[in-house]
Design a protein around this ligand. Structure first.
Ligand SMILES: *Cc1c(COP(=O)(O)O)cnc(C)c1O
Length: 337
């Protein structure tokens, strides 16, 4: 697989570390490792940075002077796009969909929103349920009429170009375990707009790695989530020149941990945040990585990973925590000695 034939801006800090989670493993009775894609380097990191290496290269190749993307208010993808645009000297506009309806001031202006603005991006807010891709086309046309060359990035950076970032991650992870002589039995991660899982499935299939990948859903019901991942994985292997290698049964999503809906914290997610923070010193976010970790923890407790060595792919998101302070009660941490 010759990934370097695709244009790429090398800005991510790679390879990301693969580390044991010893205390959490002991607590849950399963050998757990973590692939630190929360440490990709761009504005506190996260999984969108790998996708942006390929998307931003395409933007530059097309002569863009502005990028546009869309997501929920606390989009990590938007924040990483804003940082990339700053680094490359491009203007950036982000359309934010109010999917939760929270009127909490921190949710609306702190966390990722603050970072978007610090990186120089402009933001625009939309009520839930707008046709966001259509709104983005409208906004892009407006800027084009003013003379800008706008490169539009889909929500989550999830198209075959962005998914190449996770084909690359599959290669990287396999290389890490092969080099160190470590056998892994499963890869678990949070799945949303589908590019992460689609790229991983495409890359692992291309290498015939035979490592099961489990996506833990954060928004869509299972049939829709799996179909989205499968469709994008197929398009990604088309782009790679090995059409037809993705098997439908290799695309597995468990959507039991979404809770009330996208971006709304769950009790099991809050527990996961506390466990990762207190056992491993690692920060998760309530919208994605905590729900992924909640699935990992619950399935481990139920014995689903018996005798397995499981790698949790940390997709990032902790920059959102400042927008979700209301989800935590830490008053018992104030003490008087
Ligand atoms: C976007 C995101 C995901 C989901 O990745 P997709 O490629 O959209 O499926 C998971 N975790 C975090 C922290 C994210 O920002």
């Amino acid at each position: 697989m010759h990934l370097s034939r695709f244009p790429r801006v090398h800005l991510a800090h790679l390879p990301t570390p693969l580390e044991p989670m010893k205390r959490l493993s002991k607590e849950l009775g399963v050998e757990l490792w973590i692939k630190r894609d929360d440490c990709t380097g761009m504005s506190t990191g996260g999984n969108k940075t790998r996708k942006l290496e390929f998307l931003m290269a395409e933007a530059i190749e097309q002569g863009a002077d502005m990028v546009m993307t869309q997501g929920a208010t606390q989009t990590n993808h938007g924040r990483q796009t804003a940082a990339y645009a700053a680094k490359l000297g491009l203007a950036c506009h982000i359309l934010l969909e109010d999917r939760t309806g929270y009127n909490n001031p921190n949710y609306n202006t702190n966390g990722n929103v603050l970072l978007d603005h610090l990186h120089g991006a402009t933001t625009e807010k939309f009520a839930a349920g707008h046709d966001m891709p259509a709104e983005m086309e409208r906004a892009a046309e407006k800027r084009r009429a003013e003379g800008h060359n706008v490169y539009v990035i889909p929500g989550g950076g999830s198209n075959p170009t962005g998914a190449l970032g996770y084909v690359n991650c599959a290669f990287e992870l396999l290389n890490q375990v092969n080099t160190s002589g470590m056998k892994i039995d499963r890869l678990v991660h949070a799945t949303g707009s589908s590019g992460t899982q689609a790229g991983l499935v495409a890359g692992m299939s291309a290498m015939n790695a035979q490592i099961p990948i489990l996506g833990i859903g954060t928004r869509a019901p299972q049939p829709k989530q799996e179909q989205m991942v499968y469709d994008l994985a197929c398009k990604t292997v088309d782009k790679l020149g090995c059409s037809g290698i993705v098997k439908r049964e290799d695309v597995i999503a468990n959507t039991d941990y979404v809770g009330e809906g996208y971006g709304i914290p769950t009790e099991s997610g809050i527990e996961a945040i506390r466990m990762f923070a207190e056992f491993e010193g690692i920060l998760l976010d309530p919208c994605y990585s905590a729900k992924g970790a909640a699935g990992l923890i619950d399935l481990a407790r139920k014995g689903a990973f018996k005798d397995e060595r499981v790698v949790f792919l940390h997709t990032g998101g902790a920059a959102a925590l400042g927008g979700y302070d209301f989800a935590f009660d830490t008053s018992d941490r104030w003490v008087t000695l």
